[in-house]
Design a protein around this ligand. Structure first.
Ligand code: 3PY
Length: 252
């Protein structure tokens, strides 16, 4: 296999510090060992530093859920990629559809944040995905290609090994609806084709492309069996240690 499989939890706005500790205690005894897939938990910013320590024994890397694109300044409430990096995180989710929907994240700010993340030494997990209306209009592939190109504009080939793409169809997020394995596989394959056009076959082969959107303990194995699905970005099921472990096992 040319690329890493990455199972990443996206906790969204869930789990306080004490709940994070309880999660770690529940996870520790059941966490599979010596497996080859990489495991990440993207947690609220207030939990990053503790989570790095709490999940070290489980070999779980920590990620943030967004960052700002500037490296400092008058942006009340925001945090920089460098702050996230110094707190000990390795990854940062960029352009999650909830950020696009509620916080004016655009393809333009996604691109700036991707650069900020890479410059800080973080691995961006870039989310792309179509709405139900867009899927029904038959423009999914064009839209996805557009989002991927915008997100990666100006990113040099030698930085692409730090980049993760997550395909998250909007109609499957928090709805309990999952894309079929074929739908997920088809779009992830199309994303790889876009990267191949931009960077060539070698880079395209090495980039991890995840599926996200109601991936859970039951459907994970089938989704992950698709040749271009290299992992998952997992919402609700990453809040339950037993479910999360089942997904990790499905990836191995
Ligand atoms: C979901 O599974 O709902 C997600 O949004 C994962 O990021």
């Amino acid at each position: 296999r040319y690329r890493k499989t990455i199972i990443a939890g996206n906790w969204k706005m869930n789990n306080t510090l004490s709940q994070t500790k309880a999660f770690a205690e529940e996870l520790k005894p059941i966490m599979p060992r010596g497996k080859w897939c990489n495991v990440v938990l993207c947690v609220p910013a207030t939990n990053i530093q503790s989570a790095v320590r709490l999940f070290k024994d489980c070999h779980i890397a920590i990620g943030a859920e967004t960052c700002h694109y500037e490296d400092h300044g008058a942006y009340t409430g925001e945090i920089t990629a460098e702050m996230i990096k110094e707190a000990g995180a390795k990854y940062v989710i960029i352009g999650h559809s909830e950020r696009r929907q509620y916080y004016n994240e655009t393809d333009f700010t996604v691109n700036k944040k991707v650069h900020a993340a890479i410059n800080a030494g973080l691995f961006p997990i870039i989310c792309v995905g179509e709405s139900l209306e867009q899927r029904e209009l038959g423009v999914t592939m064009e839209l996805i290609a557009y989002q991927v190109k915008c997100a990666l504009a100006g990113v040099p080939a030698d930085k692409m090994r730090h980049v993760v793409i997550a395909y998250e169809p909007l109609w499957a997020i928090g709805t309990g609806k999952t894309a079929t394995a074929e739908q997920a596989g088809e779009v992830c394959q199309a994303i790889r084709a876009v990267i191949r056009k931009l960077y060539g076959a070698h880079v395209a082969r090495s980039v991890t492309i995840q599926y996200g959107g109601s991936m859970n303990a039951k459907n994970a194995a089938e989704l992950l069996a698709q040749p271009d699905v290299d992992g998952g970005l997992i919402g609700g099921a990453s809040l339950k240690p037993a479910d999360f472990v089942q997904i990790i096992n499905a990836a191995n």
